[in-house]
Write a protein that binds this ligand. Structure first.
Ligand code: URA
Length: 228
């Protein structure tokens, strides 16, 4: 079990953690080795189902390992993600990486990261319900293909979209929920979005509790880092 001081350090509440060599995220989308996911990514790249296709620079499909035991679901690309085509690469993404690393999870070893929306809402506005409805089938497909052991839902849009609730993160965090999809029943833990944690660092300790709960749901995070 990871001790609390280690987790707090990783969250920036103590000495700053740096990524070890070998934990750097992949720099291209070669991780999309699975044919079905590759096809899905192509569909996303040409998607014009909602107005966001007009303002995007590029779509943001996913990052990480397609056979990962852990899947992280965020909200939508921001400016950096829109520019690079990878999810969670801005400041919030760097905090997310440090949080995941503290429980033994990295994009390069055992984690797959995607968003509810694949295109950036202009000016980083909140996703609209119609945009979420149009885009959600892509995320559902990703979950079915990756079939992770557990899902971390970061922020209210990920939580509300996959748990079909309108409750706030503060109400639903700290418990295990279930994402039920096409015969799969996957434990899911909701937590605060790292962008929120950057604004409200006093909430970080709750996010750490959520990560510890998540860790209990993923066998490989108990010991090694490989999917069993
Ligand atoms: N916030 C998200 O929810 N997703 C990203 O990819 C970047 C920021």
């Amino acid at each position: 079990m990871v001790d609390r001081s280690t987790l707090f350090e990783a969250m920036g509440l103590g000495p700053v953690w740096t990524l070890r060599q070998g934990d750097a995220r992949p720099t291209d989308s070669s991780v999309m080795g699975n044919v079905d996911l590759a096809e899905l990514q192509q569909q996303v790249e040409t998607c014009q189902a909602c107005g966001l296709c007009k303002s995007r620079q590029q779509t943001v499909f996913a990052d990480g390992q397609t056979n990962a035991p852990l899947m992280v679901v965020g909200e939508a690309p921001g400016a950096e993600e829109d520019a690079t085509g990878l999810p969670f690469v801005g400041r919030a993404g760097q905090l997310l990486d440090r949080m995941l690393l503290a429980v033994g999870a990295t994009r390069s070893s055992n984690t797959y990261i995607a968003n509810v929306l694949k295109c950036r809402p202009p000016g980083n506005r909140d996703p609209e319900p119609s945009e979420i409805e149009q885009c959600l089938p892509y995320l559902h497909q990703q979950i079915q293909q990756v079939a992770p052991q557990a899902i971390l839902l970061v922020g209210r849009f990920a939580m509300q979209a996959l748990l079909r609730t309108d409750q706030a993160v503060g109400k639903l965090r700290g418990q295990v929920h279930w994402v039920e999809l096409a015969g799969l029943r996957i434990p899911a833990v909701a937590t605060y979005h790292p962008a929120y944690l950057l604004r409200r660092p006093e909430e970080k300790s709750k996010a750490w509790d959520d990560l510890l709960l998540l860790k209990q749901q993923v066998e490989c995070l108990q010991g090694g880092l490989r999917r069993s």
